[in-house]
Design a protein around this ligand. Structure first.
Ligand code: NDP
Length: 292
């Protein structure tokens, strides 16, 4: 039987609607509008597309969107000064610095200058540490989106064998932390893993976050497993994931497509985190169904 195609696009649209409803209620009941500030340094074309799309979806959800564009030769001091101003701005509840930054800028120093409470990407050391130690954190958007899809499909994840391929700070490591918190048995695989196909074959849940087109093959997959493809690879044949979709779909129980799987969840989760940050900064309970 062919695998279920996990429709991340539809799930994300429904999530954005729920966020918009909660934003409207927040405005009506408390007179507060969540605000997201996006900082873009330079002219990277892919970053420009992402920023435009984030801005559009933020406004559609009823939130304020503040865009700050700096030239490619902006200094680190200028960028840090801007972040300082945004940290102090009461209308700004979330701050996102679009990566990658130009080479002359120390990315870690800039990210860590963002207030922990406004770090809606969850990339600061403080939020990563909170997630790793089971404290209330801002969770990185892409793994949060993956977790939402997994919970929706599978319900309780406890006791499941999960293999995360990739150990980056923005996807692999937080994904592993979230799955561990769900009481899954988690293996983190990477470029030095010996016999990756055999490791992946153990998994009830596979999350591929590698950046190699269609690397995960059908015969790596345990029949019935759930496969989440985070990869976004631009090839001559267009956009493809890290998973060989057709071959994997013939064996798996469910798979996310690329595009239309994890990608749309990422921005929806950014909006969710901004709403959460706004509620927390106003001493209100966390919004329902949006937090890890
Ligand atoms: P990184 O390049 O930071 O990390 C890639 C990871 O894959 C590393 O841990 C690396 O191992 C591992 N790896 C590389 N080659 C192999 C291999 N042959 N076998 C096993 N593991 C390997 O990437 P990101 O985590 O930032 O992104 C991963 C993918 O997800 C990319 O395609 C990216 O575009 C996409 N992405 C998609 C998002 C979305 O919204 N859908 C958001 C963020 C990323 P090692 O550590 O040993 O080098």
């Amino acid at each position: 039987m062919a695998a279920t195609r996990i429709d991340g696009k539809a799930f994300a649209a429904e999530l954005r609607q729920r966020i918009a409803d909660q934003v409207a209620a927040l405005k009506a009941e408390h007179g507060v509008t969540p605000g997201l500030a996006v900082v873009l340094v330079g002219e990277d074309p892919a970053s420009q597309i992402y920023v435009r799309s984030k801005n559009k979806q933020t406004v559609e959800a009823g939130m304020n969107s503040f865009e700050h564009r700096l030239p490619a030769d902006a200094t680190q001091a200028e960028l840090l000064a801007l972040i300082g101003r945004l940290n102090a701005d009461r209308e700004v509840h979330g701050i996102l610095v679009q990566l990658p930054l130009p080479d002359h800028i120390d990315e870690a120093e800039v990210i860590n200058a963002i207030s922990v409470k406004k770090d809606v990407d969850g990339f600061t050391v403080a939020n990563a540490g909170r997630l790793a130690t089971g404290q209330r954190a801002m969770v990185p958007c892409t793994p949060l989106g993956c977790l939402m899809l997994l919970r929706d499909l599978l319900g309780d994840l406890s006791g499941k064998e999960a293999v995360v391929i990739g150990r980056s700070n923005i996807v692999g490591k937080p994904m592993a932390a979230l799955l561990t918190a769900e009481s899954a048995t988690v293996t983190v695989a990477h470029s030095r893993t010996v016999d990756l196909p055999a490791v992946v074959r153990r998994a009830d849940i596979v999350v591929a976050a590698v950046g190699r087109p269609q690397m995960v093959k059908g015969d790596w997959i345990k029949p019935g497993a759930t496969v989440i493809d985070v990869g976004i690879n631009r090839t001559e044949d267009g956009l493809v994931g890290d998973v060989d979709y057709d071959a994997v779909a013939a064996v798996a129980g469910a798979v996310t497509p690329v595009p239309g799987g994890v990608g749309p969840m990422t921005i929806a989760c950014l909006l969710a985190n901004t709403l959460t940050a706004c509620c927390r900064s106003n001493g209100l309970p966390d919004p329902k169904g949006l937090v890890a």
